[in-house]
Design a binder for this molecule. Structure first.
Ligand SMILES: [Zn+2]
Length: 67
């Protein structure tokens, strides 16, 4: 059975382990993909807020400047 380091506690555990016997992380090898998935949603929301804010705040200023 191939052994891989747990992404959280870095102890070697079986690749097929459904949870880390050392730190108890459920599904340790999906930890990073789960994390990046959450990060992507957070960044999408942050960028959307920035775009909407700049649209609402800067567009009237830009129209004003063009006059
Ligand atoms: Zn672990």
């Amino acid at each position: 059975m191939p052994l891989l380091a747990c992404p959280l506690c870095e102890k070697e555990i079986s690749k097929r382990a459904h949870s880390c016997p050392n730190c108890g992380e459920p599904d340790p090898f999906r930890y990073y993909s789960r994390k990046s998935w959450v990060e992507r949603i957070i960044w999408t929301v942050v960028i959307a807020i920035i775009v909407i804010y700049s649209w609402v705040e800067l567009l009237p200023m830009a129209i004003e400047a063009l006059r």
